[in-house]
Design a protein around this ligand. Structure first.
Ligand SMILES: Nc1ncnc2c1ncn2[C@@H]1O[C@H](COP(=O)(O)OP(=O)(O)O)[C@@H](O)[C@H]1O
Ligand SMILES: [Mg+2]
Length: 318
């Protein structure tokens, strides 16, 4: 039995998802015989960790501060072992620009891109480079903030006229944006979970949009407009390739415990491209990692138990 601080909520835009992830983790911890205590992450985080002295922390936070290494850094300082990836993996996964450079350097396919911060536009005339970028990436072009999740701030620009508003939208979420080549194809997610001594890629989940209006890109991400299929029905060896690629990305970033790798499959060529690695995937009852685990015969409680075990193991002497 361990006293487990469940870190949830927080200030990120994904607060609501995190509260649901956290609540579900607490239920699982109770069933496993642990003693959960909720911490809604705020200004008193360090103080509460010092006061409560939990054996371990379960990080059920998504997005800024929870998934980007900030909370992990504080946990390191206070000396509380915690679930999932460490500080450096979190930092590298949370910044899409950094992550995409790392993948490109390592030969992991990711859609072509160019990235700028706001200063480049305000002080270096980056707007003047847009025509070349548009020519190289070809429309539609995906414009997204470097650090967000849940499709927040993502716009699909169909023409040059859409780019300025898309940039403004993306900059409203943060200082760095990327313009990325659009992959027309299937939207896949590969969850990775460490079991029996090593990371294992779980069955692939496909997000299938319905109410098919191909040009209404944003509607694809509205709740209820997307159906999740697991295991995804993919041609030939595509599932195997997707799982191998996910493991490669997981290892590249040095993730720990679990992660979810978002992948696009080109509809014409079946080529796979990694979009991003989520260091703390959603854990709600509609989230993809729990669904994938279920499809592999791994119940939610087992996922939680495994993460706690790994968290406690990371501090044990080698
Ligand atoms: N280059 C792209 N081509 C096609 N679809 C994309 C592309 N980038 C993002 N998307 C769509 O937007 C979703 C969210 O993008 P992603 O990069 O995973 O950011 P987030 O952190 O918001 O999940 C993807 O699951 C995919 O459906
Ligand atoms: Mg994603």
């Amino acid at each position: 039995m361990a006293r487990v601080a469940v870190l949830k909520g927080g200030r990120s835009l994904e607060r609501q998802v995190s509260l649901r992830s956290g609540a579900r983790v607490e239920d699982a911890l109770e069933r496993l015989g642990h003693e959960p205590m909720s911490i809604d992450v705020g200004a008193d985080l360090v103080e509460r960790l010092r006061a409560e002295r939990p054996d371990v922390a379960f990080v059920a936070l998504h997005g800024q501060f929870g998934e980007d290494g900030t909370v992990q850094e504080l946990l390191e300082v206070v000396g509380v072992p915690y679930t999932a990836s460490g500080v450096s993996a979190c930092i590298r996964c949370a910044d899409k620009v950094l992550a995409k450079h790392a993948m490109r350097d390592a030969g992991i396919p990711t859609p072509d891109f160019y990235a700028f911060n706001e200063t480049a536009f305000k002080e270096l005339g980056a707007a003047g480079a847009l025509p070349e970028i548009e020519e190289r990436l070809e429309f539609p072009i995906v414009v997204k903030p470097a650090s967000q999740g849940s499709a927040l701030g993502i716009k699909f620009a169909r023409t040059a006229a859409d780019i300025p508003t898309a940039l403004v939208a993306a900059f409203s979420y943060g200082d760095k944006v990327l313009l990325e080549r659009y992959v027309a194809g299937r939207d896949l997610a590969v969850s990775v979970l460490e079991r029996n001594g090593g990371p294992e890629a779980l069955p692939v989940v496909e997000a299938v949009p319905h109410g098919e209006d191909f040009y209404d890109f944003e509607a694809r991400y509205d709740i209820g407009r997307t159906e999740f299929v697991c295991p995804a029905q993919l041609p030939d060896d595509a599932a195997e390739r997707a799982r191998a690629l996910a493991l490669e990305a997981y290892r590249l970033f040095g993730c720990y415990g679990f992660a979810r790798v978002d992948v696009m499959m080109d509809a014409d060529t079946d080529e796979l491209f990694v979009l991003e690695v989520n260091a703390i995937p959603g854990l709600t009852d509609t989230s993809l990692l729990p669904q994938a685990a279920e499809a592999a015969g791994i119940g939610f409680d087992e996922v939680v138990a495994r993460l706690i075990e790994l968290a406690l193991a990371r501090t044990a002497p080698a």
